[in-house]
Design a protein around this ligand. Structure first.
Ligand code: UDP
Ligand code: MG
Length: 307
């Protein structure tokens, strides 16, 4: 098998036919044996029927149908577990990732890279808020992690089967695949492209899902927030110590003390804030540890045509 294409699908009924046509145009040109793995992530529309009818006429169309919505990263993970291709492409179903780019990605890989990711030069048809939060997130993340996770890059990329083998051995429940791929290493490079607007439908990534994704990314690849909690604890204690000395001095030596409700209120609120924040940060890590300890399967498959 030359190429596997993994396509996570969540309510994409209007996009799949065109995606399939454009994938065929590109993939058939560059290789002879290939498979498309559609992972239906609990779509509420007719996506699964559309995929099924493609599978009936084309043996290259494989599908994994989840029992409910498990999330984009988990859908990709399920595809990776089944991908047989020497080269594996991860692509969105909404045509925001142009399928034609697979050809240059594949050529670049053949020139001697295990990972070629597609970096967004520009993004069309997305809200200012989404673009800005994404931009800030990637910059914050890169400052917090030791491994270099590429900036402004989604999951659209081509990776070698060697990389897929490694990803399949990473059992963590919180998936941040672009970080995991950076962690794996090998020779990595990128190509730039202009990201188009969605062909049809609406985004499946709500702000709540984006926030979870961001915190998963940070907690999976960085301990900086925990260190921040510790350091702010030291700093605040240091300031408090000086204040204690000053209070004792005023009380016992100069005896010029006044009832100071403002300073008391401020220090209580400030300390309370720092403490809650630190507990919250610890809680984020703790809840993720607890999820991993439970060790549940990552997803439940309703039906698949892959042996
Ligand atoms: N997706 C998914 N499960 C989800 C949300 C999204 O499988 O819970 C798929 C979706 O069908 C698409 C890809 O993940 O193929 C990217 O999602 P989307 O386009 O909604 O995100 P955006 O591009 O707006 O960040
Ligand atoms: Mg999209």
């Amino acid at each position: 098998m030359d190429i596997s294409v993994i396509i996570p699908v969540f309510n994409e009924e209007k996009n799949i036919p065109l995606l399939y046509a454009r994938l065929n145009d590109t993939v058939r040109k560059i290789c002879t044996t290939y498979e498309y793995i559609f992972v239906n992530d609990g779509s509420a529309d007719a996506s699964m029927q559309v995929i099924r009818s493609l599978a009936e006429t084309d043996d290259s169309v494989k599908f994994i149908d989840f029992s409910r919505n498990f999330g984009h990263q988990i859908a990709v993970t399920a595809g990776l577990a089944k991908a047989k291709g020497q080269a594996v492409v991860i692509i969105d179903a909404d045509l925001q990732d142009p399928p034609e780019l697979i050809e240059p990605l594949y050529r670049k890989m053949q020139a001697g890279y295990e990972v070629v990711y597609a970096k967004r030069r520009s993004r069309e048809g997305e809200s200012f808020m989404k673009k800005w939060t994404a931009k800030m997130f990637y910059r914050l993340l890169s400052r917090m992690t030791a491994i270099s996770i590429p900036l402004d890059t989604g999951d659209y990329r081509i990776i070698h089967q060697k990389v897929v083998q490694m990803l399949n051995r990473m059992p963590e429940q919180q998936k941040f695949i672009r970080g995991q791929i950076a962690w794996v290493g090998f020779r990595q490079t990128f190509l730039e492209y202009d990201r188009q607007a969605r062909h049809a439908g609406t985004t499946g990534y709500s702000y709540a899902k984006m926030l979870k994704f961001a915190i998963d990314g940070i907690t999976s690849f960085s301990d900086v927030p925990l260190k921040f909690a510790t350091i702010s604890g030291f700093v605040v204690s240091g300031v408090a110590f000086i204040e204690i000395l000053y209070a004792l001095h005023s009380r016992l030596i100069t005896k010029d003390y006044e009832p100071g409700w403002a300073s008391i209120l401020i220090s209580i609120l400030f300390l309370g804030g720092i403490q809650l924040m630190s507990i919250g940060i610890i809680g984020e890590y703790l809840s993720r540890i607890s999820t991993n300890v439970k060790n549940r399967p990552l997803y439940v498959i309703n039906e698949t045509n892959i042996e």
